[in-house]
Design a protein around this ligand. Structure first.
Ligand SMILES: [Zn+2]
Length: 440
């Protein structure tokens, strides 16, 4: 026992000695500048997005007909080859639009998920810019160095219903291995036919996602998907990381802290991952949300500018020199459940004892921030929320129709529209501090 005691004492001494050491120096962060050309093209891209905006489409929800009545006149030029790559399961044409005759082939596909339309809008603007007749150095360079193949709206039936899946309920992005759906087969056939060097897998992500723990909601998430379960860095994936890094670098300067890195767990059914296996260096771009951008028009412009910066870097053969630090240093893309937690209030329900609870709320439409619903009640101390209200000294008074009333009392309804007031006292008429949801 005495021996053990002395060992314990020795450990204490060691620990004390450890404390006496100087703290380790803070890590040195070296600022590496994004290549000037990429930054310049990105800035130019933002004005392209404004000037060449396809104004027929200004809202997130639009149909295949609406898209093609806007695109039809724009692609009717010698600059483009327009082909029907096949039909969706609902019989709608899935089209490819090809621009340029350069050695590097770039394949882009958007809206494989029918309700994820931000990049389709961006592709429409890019098509309009590429089809202009005036001589422009950027456009000329892209035409000479790249062959850009675009499939805007890969899932037109899903777009018609503004739903993720195709007409028979298959998630096309889980059909890359089996290729059971015509939409997935078309994408694979186009990839094989053009033998794409680069791929851009264009999506919109869950608005309840943030850039790093405690970070803001993610505006854009990027990924150079893994090609195997080991998540190894072969040359194809490494090249995709360089493309993603350029995009991360230019975006980070524009929307600091709001760009995230998507998780890279290998998915053997997903297109990004298998494209990488098939030899196409593929980058996933997920548009998320920005405050005050309910129709994602600002995100659309950022997509235009980021894609043009990526195209231009490829066209200039500038990828070899690209640092990966802008991609590697991105905060992880993290899902979260609650938008708002009210902590520590005293809940006043008629027919029940006052009780201490935390209450969590979530926007049903996270993009528009509308439709706040109650998502959880109880001890939510460890639950994360974007916004927290300390209600320790306050009383929570729920209001109908948030409550279910029957002869035994009043009860809260999970998933019902939020309607509570926070007041200074237990009495319903006491001083109002805050109203959450309900009628204003
Ligand atoms: Zn998606």
């Amino acid at each position: 026992m005495a021996e053990r005691m002395s060992l314990f004492a020795a450990l204490l001494t060691l620990a004390a000695a450890g404390c006496a050491h100087a703290p380790p120096p803070p890590p040195v962060t070296v600022e590496i500048a994004v290549p000037t050309e990429a930054t310049r093209t990105f800035t130019r891209g933002l004005s392209v997005a404004e000037r060449y905006l396809v104004s027929e489409i200004r809202e997130r929800r639009f149909t295949h007909d609406q898209l093609w009545s806007a695109l039809g006149p724009l692609v009717d030029s010698d600059d483009f080859t327009v082909e029907e790559a096949g039909l969706s399961i609902g019989g709608r044409s899935i089209m490819t639009v090809t621009f340029g005759k350069g050695p590097a082939t770039v394949l882009l596909w958007s809206q494989m998920h029918g309700d994820e339309s931000t990049a389709t809008m961006a592709l429409a603007d890019i098509i309009r810019f590429l089809g202009e007749a005036d001589s422009d150095p950027l456009r000329n360079r892209l035409r000479e160095q790249l062959t850009i193949v675009m499939i805007p709206m890969l899932n037109p039936d899903g777009a018609e219903l503004f739903q993720r899946r195709n007409a028979i309920g298959v998630d096309i992005n889980r059909d890359a291995r089996r290729l059971a759906t015509p939409e997935a087969r078309i994408l694979k056939e186009v990839r094989d036919r053009v033998d794409a060097d680069y791929g851009f897998n264009l999506h919109d992500q869950n608005p309840h996602t943030q850039a790093g723990r405690d970070g803001p909601r993610a505006a854009i998430a990027l990924l150079a998907p893994a090609a195997d379960f080991e998540r190894s860095w072969g040359p194809v994936r490494a090249r995709a990381r360089s493309v993603a890094s350029i995009i991360a670098g230019v975006l980070e300067a524009e929307i600091p802290g709001k760009v995230a890195r998507y998780g890279d767990a290998f998915n053997p059914r997903a297109f990004g991952d298998l494209m990488q296996q098939w030899g196409t260096s593929t980058v996933l771009i997920e548009s998320g949300v920005l405050d005050d951008d309910p129709e994602k028009q600002r995100l659309r412009a950022l997509n235009v500018a980021a894609l043009l910066a990526a195209f231009d870097t490829i066209a200039r053969d500038g990828l070899v020199a690209v640092e990966t630090v802008w991609y590697d240093d991105l905060p992880p893309n993290r899902g979260f459940t609650h938008d708002l937690v009210v902590r520590g209030g005293t809940l006043m329900l008629s027919g029940a004892e006052p009780m201490k609870v935390d209450m969590a709320f979530t926007w049903e439409d996270g993009v528009r921030r509308s439709g706040l619903v109650l998502s959880e009640v109880g001890d939510l101390e460890e639950e994360y929320a974007l916004e927290v209200i300390d209600a320790t000294d306050l009383y929570i008074h729920p209001e109908a129709p948030f409550l279910s009333l029957d002869e035994s009392g009043a009860w809260l309804l999970i998933d019902a529209p939020a309607a509570i007031t926070l007041r200074k006292g237990p009495d319903r008429e006491s001083e109002l501090v805050m109203r959450i949801g309900g009628h204003h």
